[in-house]
Design a protein around this ligand. Structure first.
Ligand SMILES: Cc1ncc(COP(=O)(O)O)c(C=O)c1O
Length: 434
């Protein structure tokens, strides 16, 4: 190349959740039956979309206007419908103009970080949903800046670590909160959110709050959307239908902007996001049209309740099986549909293994784990996959030094789900004692 054409942040763009799938596919070809517990797609795990919902989409598919472009920020009626939901809570008040649709939250995340000034950093949780950390790090061309989520305290944010990290890094200009959280399944109580908002206010930061799982909360936990608590702090709330409806293939997520008028720099920044959207025409017309009739359908609340009740039941099955296993830290999942297991410090070593039956697979895994820089938890995950066919994701791929793994609660068959967690429990014991 005449010049170096590689972006400074190119090294930060990795997505282990997909990488592990390639290995699983190879194992599949070699005859290992795999259970993919690695990706947060309810549809891929057999979620059934109710008939009434499909009928709404089918009817829209029969109208010509569903096939056209729509306004840059998204369909006005849908944005008004969503603004009304937020406004009815009686705290922050917004208009349809404060809502901007994107091609899924993945697209929103890239744009929101990509349009920040290079030097301005957003501190995010660790572990974290890696699309956030890699998007932010790629924008800055540096490693992510993070605050610790504490596995010894329900995976709640370590607020001292957050405060000190912000205090001693003047480049930090924004604070990312994910609630309910991916990958930990934690749901933050109001008091934790209030403390985080207080810190943001004290250091004049804006907040990004990813609330894509906001209506998937159970085990008697409660939390609040940031719109209820944020007062006058400039905030971007991120929402979407990928997980809740669930319709991840719709590529339909949106941001709600609170307190745009409270700070001229925040206002200018939001305008730059809108201007960058102007150069592409909004594309997700049909799913946007489907949002009001689906979310306001009389059967929607019951449908959501049935799903969250299943996650609640399964989160307790998983917790009860794993909590008795030595060498790991187990927190019950209370929201979203992920569980993060952390190994106790020094529980993992480079010599541990699980038996692998097929010699070709054994050779492949031994080659993989021998690669320099393979973390201890990745080694465990590879052995688990090759030995049992269960595919989970190493925790270190969620931008954390904490060793462990993330698994989903999406398997719908209770017997199969229980079996998977029993196998994992037995495998952890065997691995740690090997
Ligand atoms: C916290 C969080 N935000 C955003 C997304 C991406 O959502 P979308 O399908 O709208 O791109 C995910 C997907 O797993 C997620 O876990």
């Amino acid at each position: 190349m005449r010049n170096n054409i590689v972006h400074i942040g190119a090294g930060e763009l990795t997505y282990e959740i997909r990488a592990i799938v390639e290995i699983a596919e190879t194992l599949g070809k070699l005859g290992i039956k795999t259970n993919m517990e690695n990706i947060g797609d309810p549809i891929a795990k057999g979620e059934k979309i109710p008939k009434w919902m499909k009928q709404i989409v089918a009817d829209l598919a029969m109208t010509d206007c569903s096939y056209g472009y729509c306004a840059t920020k998204g369909i006005l009626e849908t944005r008004q419908f969503l603004a009304d939901i937020t406004n009815k809570r009686g705290k922050v008040q917004i208009t349809a103009e404060d809502i901007i649709f994107f091609n899924g939250l993945g697209d929103a995340i890239q744009k929101v970080y990509g349009l920040l000034k290079r030097e301005a950093r957003v501190i995010g949780p660790s572990p974290t949903y890696s699309t956030h950390s890699s998007g932010e790090a790629a924008h800055a061309g540096q490693a992510p800046v993070s605050y610790r989520l504490d596995p010894d305290n329900n995976w709640y944010p370590d607020l001292d670590d957050l405060r000190l990290s912000i205090k001693y890094n003047p480049a930090i200009s924004g604070l990312l909160i994910i609630n309910p959280d991916n990958p930990t399944g934690a749901v933050y109580p109001e008091r934790v959110l209030m403390e985080m908002i207080t810190i943001a206010r004290e250091y004049d930061l804006f907040i990004i709050c990813d609330e894509i799982y906001h209506n998937i909360i159970y085990n008697g936990e409660s939390t609040k959307p940031l719109s209820d608590l944020v007062g006058d702090v400039p905030t971007i709330a991120m929402k979407g239908i990928s997980k809740e409806v669930p319709w991840p293939g719709s590529r339909c997520g949106w941001i709600e902007v609170y307190n745009r008028d409270k700070d001229p720099l925040f206002d200018r920044y939001i305008q730059s996001i809108i201007d960058s959207k102007m150069v592409e025409v909004c594309s997700t017309t049909l799913p946007q049209k489907a949002i009001p009739p689906i979310l306001s359908h009389p059967k929607y609340p019951q449908y959501l309740k049935e799903r969250t009740s299943r996650y609640e039941k399964f989160s307790n099955i998983a917790y009860d099986i794993l909590k008795t296993v030595d060498g790991i830290k187990v927190n019950r999942t209370n929201g979203a549909f992920y569980m993060s297991i952390a190994f106790e410090p020094s529980a993992l070593q480079a010599k541990q293994f699980l038996p692998i039956e097929i010699p070709q697979v054994k050779e492949m895994i031994e080659d993989l784990v021998a690669q320099p820089g393979t973390s201890h938890d990745k080694r465990f995950v590879y052995y688990l996959l090759a030995s049992t066919g269960i595919c989970v994701v190493p925790l270190t791929s969620f931008s954390t030094a904490e060793q462990g793994f993330r698994i989903t609660l999406l398997e719908r068959d209770e017997q199969e789900f229980t079996k998977i967690f029993e196998i994992i429990a037995a495998s952890i014991k065997a691995y740690l004692n090997s």
